[in-house]
Design a protein around this ligand. Structure first.
Ligand code: BT5
Length: 313
């Protein structure tokens, strides 16, 4: 958000402050204060103007300025009511040289999963992509998928939904004894072997979405369906971005948090990899995001693939 606008919001957050007061505090003209107040109202903030000044009385439920307001993470927010794909838009921004931007949408009309699969993204979800430029080799990038999974799982638990992580890129929740998909993550990047140029971590969260609007074969659910009431999408998005930012790039922090939330560890799994199927017990996660599977004969380290949790023998 515009920096002065943010400071106007902060100034009026705790009750009425007069226009001249704000102007002198922020060292801008009274006309400028008025202009910012009008722009904030247009963005959905409720601002009362009384005899003793302006007071903030309401923050919009969702949208760019709403998420940017009181966000404790260093990202700009670019919001769209509807867009084909936030990942595609973030890649465009990357090509233009941008960084530390979150593209956020209420609805995607061309959402993508891995391997060109379709990601259904009806209105009411949280569809977002974080664009950043970490100073790491390309091979390290899977760790950001883990970090995103940790961030969403923590936010879901704070919102009362007992989410768990399924390797490599799903967040699930158990409904009537069955694991259902709540979130999918798609990480894309560009760069040279020894250094990434940019990373885009795309996170699709079924927030306030009717599961009936999602394909039945996806076995999906949503935060609102599990909670029985809508989630505060503004707060939820902020918590995801804040946790993603604090777990940051430190591998040990990310792996430890991931192990705590993982449903895959200790489970029998079947993994489809480009080199064939692997079955066994998932025993650990290794930097930068490989699953260690005990097949009974040996331990194999799997870098990527589609994973199914199997029933215990
Ligand atoms: C994923 O792929 O799980 C990654 C999804 C990433 C989506 C985000 S949204 C923001 C950003 N912008 C984008 O365009 N994408 C990212 P994968 O593991 O391949 O799973 C895809 C499969 O999940 C599909 O084939 C369906 O079966 C199922 N699916 C589709 N939409 C779903 C939904 N909303 N919820 C749960 N499952 C879904």
């Amino acid at each position: 958000m515009h920096e002065t606008r943010e400071r106007v919001l902060a100034a009026i957050a705790d009750g009425p402050v007069s226009g001249p007061d704000i102007a002198s505090r922020l060292d801008v003209s009274r006309a400028a204060v008025w202009k910012h107040v009008e722009a904030l109202r247009e963005a959905g903030f409720a601002i009362a103007s009384e005899d003793d000044g302006y007071a903030l009385t309401g923050v919009p439920d969702f949208g760019g300025p709403a998420v940017a307001y009181e966000l404790d993470a260093p990202f700009e927010i670019e919001y769209h009511d509807a867009i084909p794909s936030t990942n595609a838009r973030a890649r465009e921004l990357a090509d233009e040289g941008a960084s530390d931007v979150v593209v956020l949408a209420d609805e995607q009309t061309g959402g993508r999963g891995r391997l060109d699969r379709t990601w259904h993204s009806p209105s009411g979800g949280i569809w977002l992509s974080v664009l950043f430029r970490p100073d790491v080799p390309m091979a390290a990038a899977p760790v950001f998928t883990l970090a995103a999974a940790v961030a969403v799982t923590r936010a879901a638990r704070e919102a009362g939904v007992e989410a768990v992580i399924k390797w490599p890129n799903d967040v699930l929740v158990e409904v009537d004894g069955e694991e259902r998909k709540l979130v999918g993550i798609l990480t894309e990047m560009e760069g040279e072997a020894d250094r990434v140029s940019w990373v885009v971590v795309g996170v699709g969260i079924n927030a306030n979405v009717d599961p009936d609007a999602l394909p039945s074969e996806a076995n999906a659910t949503s935060l609102s369906a599990v909670r029985g009431e809508p989630v505060d999408r503004r707060r939820f998005t902020q918590r995801v971005l804040e946790t993603f930012d604090t777990v940051g790039t430190d591998p040990e922090t990310i792996l430890d948090a991931w192990r705590e939330y993982a449903a895959t560890l200790g489970r029998r799994v079947r993994i489809d990899t480009p080199d064939g199927e692997i079955r066994g017990e998932a025993v650990d996660i290794e930097y930068p995001g490989s699953l260690v599977v005990d097949t009974g004969e040996k331990r194999v380290t799997v870098a990527a693939g589609d994973c199914d949790h199997l029933r215990p023998l």
